[in-house]
Design a protein around this ligand. Structure first.
Ligand code: B12
Length: 227
């Protein structure tokens, strides 16, 4: 089988919600030399997109979404070590402190967890507050741990407005400059991020790490070059 077929096999395993097949196919794909990031983007997330669309049109139901989630998680366990080692090595000095959460009303956490684990692997200290987290709780934690970055995840379009509320609330508290805010999740676009006044977004976990690094250096430069 060629690499394209292996990616297709992963995608199908995710679509069928078959965790055994997802694990097997992800392993084969790694062995054939497909980069872990490509397995994530072109296999797992591509499959999730198809399932999402079928769910939207009423062809699939909640049980299928759940099985798909489980299949993605299972395959992630296989590719995660490679994803991590693909990141330019953890920096000796602390890369930065990130408070991460899925915002209130939303319980999707697979993507957030991947982002968190990639950040940790890259030397960031990550406080993951879990899912369905009120924005006030997120801000309070960021203040408590003196975070560099607040990272918010949301997959539901109905939960995305809470990201805007978080940015607005920081502003109202006179704390907007205290933290960089990065946002993400399947429906989050750069336009959305800009519109709500966040500092950036990334379409996947590897780019989220690059974004976080950029934001921390910006923040340190703004603080007067004190690293
Ligand atoms: C699996 C899944 C579920 C699972 C979630 C399991 C879990 N533990 O997370 C379950 C079954 C629980 C679920 C429930 C629901 N779901 Co759902 N689900 C999905 C599905 C198929 C895949 C999501 C996923 O895990 N993708 C894989 C990960 C790796 O990708 P990701 O999350 O996008 O994360 C990556 C990037 O976005 C980015 N990223 C993520 N977070 C962050 C954060 C930052 C700061 C940055 C920089 C980057 C970043 O990096 C990640 C890694 O590369 C999506 C479809 C889709 N295309 O996303 C629907 C989808 C998100 N679900 C949807 C819906 C409607 C629901 C339900 C409302 C269904 C219902 N009727 O009950 C409930 C909502 C419950 C709630 N209150 O939250 C809709 C949302 C539609 C919309 N426009 O809002 C979608 C889009 C499906 C669809 N097309 O209809 N779901």
């Amino acid at each position: 089988v060629n690499q394209q077929e292996l990616l297709e096999k992963i995608k199908e395993a995710v679509m069928e919600g078959d965790d055994d097949l997802a694990v097997e196919a992800a392993g084969q794909a790694l062995q054939s030399g497909i980069p872990a990031l490509s397995i994530l983007n072109d296999g797992l997330m591509a499959g999730a997109d198809v399932v999402g669309k079928k769910f939207e049109t009423g062809e699939y139901f909640l049980p299928q979404l759940m099985l798909t989630g489980r299949a993605i998680k299972a395959a992630m366990a296989v590719i995660e070590p490679d994803l991590k080692s693909g990141l330019a090595g953890a920096q000796a000095a602390e890369a930065g402190v990130v408070v991460l959460a899925t915002v209130q009303t939303d319980i999707h956490d697979i993507g957030k967890n991947i982002v968190g684990s990639m950040l940790t692997a890259s030397g960031f200290v990550v406080f993951d507050l879990g899912v369905d987290v009120p924005i006030k709780t997120i801000i309070a934690k960021a203040q408590e741990v003196k975070a560099d970055i607040i990272g918010c995840s949301a997959l539901l379009t109905t939960s995305m407005p809470f990201m805007r509320d978080l940015v607005d609330l920081l502003g109202a508290m006179g704390q907007r400059q205290a933290f960089k805010v990065m946002v993400g999740g399947a429906s989050v676009t750069p336009e959305f991020s800009e519109r709500i006044g966040a500092d950036g977004t990334a379409p996947n976990a590897v780019q989220a790490v690059q974004l976080a690094r950029r934001l921390v250096s910006q923040r340190r430069a703004e603080a007067g070059g004190v690293a």
